[in-house]
Design a binder for this molecule. Structure first.
Ligand SMILES: [Cu+2]
Length: 138
């Protein structure tokens, strides 16, 4: 039956549009903007914070606005630092930073707690201490 076949196909396409039109819960609203500097003295810095910490809500959408400056050493491909949470690498939390300003959109972890942000690029003196915390609240 030609009519019912077209009707079925149309329903599937319409259903697909309806599904695509649904905004995922975590993506609602504007992302929280976080400014970070990965500096030439091998430290992460956040404007206005003496000891940098990023505090976010679980599942929140974040826009990381990162300024990176070359320190004593860098990677062959020109990466000057990274912004990495080892246990969340597969969720995008492994940002390779080039000299200059870059923006990244990420989703905060679903599990509340404290996560260690590290630089995994050998960036010279102080590299081993180039770390800061991400605090995820409920
Ligand atoms: Cu480093």
């Amino acid at each position: 039956m030609r009519f019912s076949r077209y009707f079925l196909a149309g329903s599937v396409v319409l259903g697909g549009f309806l599904l695509l039109g649904q905004t995922p819960r975590v993506a609602r609203g504007a992302p929280k903007i976080i400014n970070v500097t990965a500096d030439k003295d091998n430290r992460f810095k956040i404007p206005g914070q003496a000891k940098p910490v990023i505090t976010v809500k679980a599942g929140e959408v974040l826009r990381l606005h990162i300024t990176a400056h070359k320190a004593g050493e860098w990677d062959k491909d020109g990466t000057v630092h990274s912004f990495t949470i080892k246990e969340l690498k597969d969720q995008g939390w492994d940002l390779r930073l080039k000299e200059g300003v870059q923006d990244f959109t990420l989703v905060a972890p679903a599990d509340p707690g404290e996560y260690l942000i590290e630089c995994t690029v050998k960036c010279g003196d102080g590299h081993d201490d180039m770390r800061m915390n991400l605090v995820v609240t409920q």
